[in-house]
Design a protein around this ligand. Structure first.
Ligand code: OAD
Length: 255
């Protein structure tokens, strides 16, 4: 099957779907300039997640994370804008086809694009919280603090932590429950830009498929669930969705 045939099949599935769920991973934001975690140039090939994204290590020595935040995470986030894939999902939500976005991404770009209903399974790195008093800080505030204090702390003396799920931490219970409900309630489950190797998040596509939904996977590389999917497209999420939903500037027209 050619990519064009696959895109045309995806168009048909979306057109006949009334309860579509989109499940997104780092590949969705790659076209916004945010590096993925795995694969060529992936963050975890340069930064050991056992030091930069592990809760025990963070408590032992938070300076690794905050250097990573200052030198890598912050500059990338400041520049990143939603891409065609984010806007296509907003359009599908407006049309009532898309009932839920479940994301593993922590960059906030779905919301930036205007998506209303987003389940963040792994939190959001744009929120930074004090572990003692709960005060919330923006990334700009903390970036400023880092010029004077590294690692940064709250005036109450508490330690600051990005509101993301580190390895070794449980996922937010409410998000898990909502994601499970959506996976059980949908007729099509569209995976976009995820390697599908991190659990429990990667259980949701299988759950949806086992419950009768059509499973579609759009990813540059192969995933462990390709063999059970109804349709697999190896391509860039933004390019593929642009083929399905014509996107021009901020307005999207169906062709
Ligand atoms: P990964 O980095 O594991 O996988 C991203 C996938 O996107 C890869 O399989 C690429 O082939 C694919 N890809 C790259 N560019 C793409 C594009 N333009 N269009 C489509 N696909 C593209 O990212 P996730 O699966 O999201 O967790 O990773 C899951 C979790 O692992 C993350 O949420 C993060 C990480 O450790 C935490 O931080 C808790």
């Amino acid at each position: 099957m050619t990519v064009n045939d696959a895109i045309s099949q995806l168009k048909d599935i979306i057109a006949s779907s009334s309860h579509l769920v989109a499940f997104t991973g780092a590949g969705l934001s790659a076209e916004s300039g945010i590096p993925t975690y795995r694969g060529e140039g992936g963050l975890w090939t340069k930064y050991d997640p056992a030091k930069y994204a592990n809760i025990d290590y963070f408590h032992k020595d938070p300076s690794y994370y905050w250097s990573f935040f200052r030198d890598v995470r912050y500059p990338v986030l400041k520049k990143a804008q939603p891409n065609a894939a984010h806007y296509a999902l907003v359009e599908l939500e407006k049309r009532g086809t898309l009932i839920q976005v479940i994301t593993q991404n922590i960059d906030g770009l779905h919301q930036e694009a205007g998506q209303e209903d987003v389940i963040e399974l792994h939190g959001n790195t744009r929120r930074i919280i004090c572990l003692d008093c709960g005060k919330e800080y923006t990334i700009d505030e903390v970036y400023g603090m880092l010029k004077h204090e590294h690692p940064p702390s709250c005036p109450c003396g508490g330690r600051l932590k990005p509101d993301v799920v580190f390895f070794g931490e449980p996922l937010p219970q409410l998000a898990l429950e909502k994601a499970r409900d959506a996976a059980l309630d949908c007729d099509s489950f569209l995976v976009l830009g995820s390697s599908l190797v991190v659990t429990p998040a990667a259980h949701f596509p299988r759950l949806a498929k086992e419950n009768g939904a059509a499973l579609i996977i759009v990813n540059l590389d192969e995933t462990p669930l390709d063999t059970i999917a109804d349709l697999v497209i190896h391509g860039k999420a933004g390019e593929v969705l642009s083929g399905v939903i014509e996107y021009g500037g901020n307005s999207i027209n169906w062709d």
